[in-house]
Design a protein. Sequence first.
Length: 135
Amino acid sequence: MAELTDTITKLQAAGVFTAMIYLQEAHADDLWPMGYGVQSHSTIDDRLRACESFLDKHSNLKGLLDAVAVDTMDDEFLHTFGAWPERYFLANLSGNVVWASTVSNDETLENGASETFQEALAFVEASAPLLDGED
């Protein structure tokens, strides 16, 4: 998480608006019996509560983000952008995605994060006009 918050701080220093979209629960015990003690969301209120709980556990992240949203119950964001598993996107002010991380075959979320974040920062440094909304 420290690597993510450091990257967000650097992106914001470069003028990037940072937002998080909370998706469906990836490790729900009713779908994948892994013992995490969470259930899949059956209502938007469930998803909102889960997002609030996540941000309460990671208050340093919560304090950095410019915006937070939750995906719809039909997982529109997830399906439109292929946002699962852990993915990162940069969009310009017009809402067009100008950079997206790749999906790693690595089974751990931490491995490869540093390289992904470095790629995002390098893209921002090289492509500032794209992020201003110029298509």
